[in-house]
Design a protein around this ligand. Structure first.
Ligand code: PEP
Ligand code: MN
Length: 454
């Protein structure tokens, strides 16, 4: 297709169907094409959940993070599930992210770019297309956007009506997010309030209370000096998810009449997962056409040439903040594999915001069968990420976490000393294990310390 112009490296007009002729991994096999077409047609008329102006503002903030002038905090569930899209659960996640953010800002005097892995994180890549139990083989669970977790033929058959349900629950979630982040709850003067209801005996809670007291004192001092805190009533909070299901993302892409560019309206930031980042694959092609900030997960098999080719394809004009690389190497690999990637990007003068995902390279199976991670490995990978950037003279720009605001027991260790037997106490995830509230706050304190010496 002839393009008339490019801006931000995306074609104008965009070619939003160019991905269709390319191999697309990890897509469901929809049993009824007509039903799918009816759903995607309806979705294409729905209101956007994220607006171009907001996505552009996020791009500018990600650019600041790449320069070391801000730090990215992206977090949420591995996969959201329909049954848990309740106001309480969402509020717990948001206030945990707000608490982490306050800890980071208090410890480093740096603004934190807050991004939820929420309001659309309803699909999962799987290692196999099918699952067999007791001789029965059914389609694998691919997330609530596609099929149900229950091991029955009915639940496991992909149902396109779930795409609409995902949209509606994402809209409801985005609404709760807006209410909490703009309606006064995120006001720094509420810093104590965010701790209310969390397990009060935990050391992380007590430490947070003392941070909150210091912040309170600073706020009161500034207020007494005549500073205007009305401006601080709300915080910017952005939405993100893995852009996995292309039928959903395509249907929610909109042309921005101001600029002629296309924007994914399902979230502000969309990312490409480790399993779908093939240079000649449909996901990379599709996201090369939309103007949102884009992230790509890079696992331990990534070569420097892979990274540079992805940057050339996804950010041909080398716009700051457009492209984020999320390194998820594993604690044992990060110091070996990441240096060559960081050096190649640095030496090519390629603009990238580097973020660490210390979760996905550290997944293990406990002796009693639970899929888990060791808190110590998570921290070690973050530490390694900082060391690599320090040695290269580059900027460690942020943290990507699987966490929840609830007191689940899915990750081993932390000051709560969750051991293998302890996992059984409250293991709720259907997919990957998440840090609980206390482990999330502990992480924020430790990362704040690492940032102070960045
Ligand atoms: C995830 O973020 O849940 C995920 C599947 O990550 P990755 O693509 O890095 O494996
Ligand atoms: Mn995950």
């Amino acid at each position: 297709m002839m393009t008339t112009a490019t801006q931000l490296g995306v074609s104008i007009p965009p070619d939003l169907d160019s991905f269709r002729s390319l191999p697309a991994r990890q897509q469901p096999t929809w049993p009824d094409a007509a039903a799918l077409a009816a759903v995607t047609h309806r979705l294409s008329k729905m209101a956007p959940l994220a607006r171009p102006k907001e996505a552009d503002a996020l791009r500018a903030k990600l650019a600041a993070a790449a320069r070391g002038e801000a730090f990215v905090l992206q977090g949420g569930d591995c996969a959201e599930i329909f049954a848990e899209a309740s106001a309480t659960r969402i509020r717990n996640k948001i206030r945990t992210l707000l608490q982490m953010s306050v800890i980071l800002t208090h410890g480093t005097s740096m603004p934190v770019v807050k991004i939820g892995r929420m309001a659309g994180q309803y699909a999962k890549p799987r290692s196999a297309d099918v699952e067999t139990r007791d001789g029965v083989t059914l389609p694998a669970y691919r997330g609530d956007m596609i099929n149900g977790f229950e091991f029955t033929p009915k639940a496991r058959t992909p149902d396109p009506r779930r795409l609409e349900q995902a949209y509606q629950l994402s809209a409801a979630t985005a609404n709760v997010v807006r209410a909490f982040t703009l309606g006064g709850y995120a006001d720094l003067r509420q810093v104590h309030e965010w701790n209310r209801g969390f397990i009060s005996a935990s050391p992380a809670y007590a430490r947070y209370e003392s941070t909150a007291i210091e912040i309170d004192r600073a706020v009161k001092f500034m207020e007494a000096c005549g500073a205007d805190f009305e401006a601080l009533r709300g915080v910017d909070f952005y939405l993100s998810h893995e852009a996995l299901v292309l039928d959903y993302e395509r249907a929610l892409t909109r042309l921005d009449s101001r600029t002629g560019r296309a924007y994914g309206s399902s979230a502000h930031l969309l990312w490409i997962g480790e399993r779908t980042r093939q240079l000649d694959g449909a996901h990379v092609e599709f996201l090369s056409q939309v103007a949102n900030p884009i992230a790509v997960k890079l696992g331990p098999t990534t070569s420097p040439d892979d990274a540079l080719a992805l940057a050339a394809k996804l950010n041909p004009e080398n716009v700051a903040g457009r492209l984020t690389f999320v390194a998820r190497m594993g604690a044992s690999n990060v110091r070996k594999v990441l240096p060559a990637l960081v050096a190649a990007v640095r030496d090519a003068g390629v603009m990238v915001t580097w973020v660490t995902d210390p979760m996905h390279g550290n997944t293990i199976t406990a002796a009693n069968g639970y899929k888990t991670r060791r808190f110590a490995d998570v921290l070690d990978e973050v530490q390694g990420f900082f060391e690599v950037h320090r040695a290269a003279g580059t900027v460690p720009g942020g943290l990507h976490m699987e966490m929840t605001g609830d007191d689940v027991t899915e990750v081993l260790g932390g000051t709560g000393a969750i051991d293998e037997a302890g996992l059984a106490r409250r293991y709720e995830t259907l997919v990957d294990p998440r840090l609980n509230h206390q482990q999330s706050l502990e992480t924020a304190y430790l990362v704040a310390e690492m940032l102070q010496t960045r």
